[in-house]
Design a protein around this ligand. Sequence first.
Ligand code: AHR
Length: 339
Amino acid sequence: MKRMKQLLVVLMILALGMAFWGCGNKDKDDQTSGKDVSSSEDGDLIVVGFSQVGAESDWRTANTKSFQSTFVEDAGYKLLFDDAQQKQENQIKAVRNFIQQDVDYIVIAPVVETGWETVLGEAKEAGIPVIIVDRMIDVSDDSLFTCWVGSNFKQEGYDAADWLAEYLDKEGRSDETINIVTLQGTIGSSAQIGRTEGVEERLNDHPNWVMLDRQTGEFTQSKGQEVMESFLKSYDGIDVVIAENDNMAFGAIDAIKAAGKVPGKDIIIISFDAVKAAFESMIAGDMNVSVECNPLHGPRVSEIIQKLEKGEKVDKLQYVEEGVYPAETAAELIDSRQY
Ligand code: AHR
């Protein structure tokens, strides 16, 4: 009898174990489709992990707001937002975290282009689609990401240089020696690479344009000001500053004023982004032109996700249309600017 009781206990334990193992196994099978059905807390919400570069500029703030106002519960989303503070290592940690949480989609605005293979391989292995926004990544296997949406940064560089050529022509200065300095963005980011390369290519068409120096201002106003102060100490007769974003241009303008020169007149200021504060700066006469870089990617990424949810195909590379805004247009357009 005692042996019979023992056998019954063993059988019950085995049955419980089988039931438990069955549940666990079902979860695992479902996870291969990229959905974490075990967390009922999020209900039917699509969980999106977004690794953002940082908060270095007005452009970035507008970009973050665009995501935070698009990926809301009312629209069927739960957004997990991570600010990488301009460090790729933080982005890699964030992506690993998203994989661990078994999110439905991973969105990355990459700080720099290289160094993504390993972590994106892990996302692929976990079956989580990855959407790249804003800057691009440089990987040999393009199956590591689903698609990219962002700016044509090289075209922005061409646009800036073409505006300068036209402006100098109008001012009757086409044949003068023109001394230029560049405040570059984060070295290795697509925005820096593309804008620098675009301008560089155009320099070949203008042998009288002299690039005196290029240094990074990390896309921030304070570093832009610091680098401009050192340029002003090192070089006499700077004619043009190319700031690879508006915030560095604002810093450069402060440095130029502190040195007793007039930005926009003594020194031509060319910038990128075309944020609202740049329009104010142009109206004040401090900045000459801003080449647009559009940050409103939230709705674009949502559209991509909705298509993927329906099993539809999406274009691998999606470029955003952008304009060039010289100072003469600023007063008329400022009220229509969304960021
Ligand atoms: O990648 C886009 C660039 O990053 C914007 O020009 C700049 O303002 C931002 O920090």
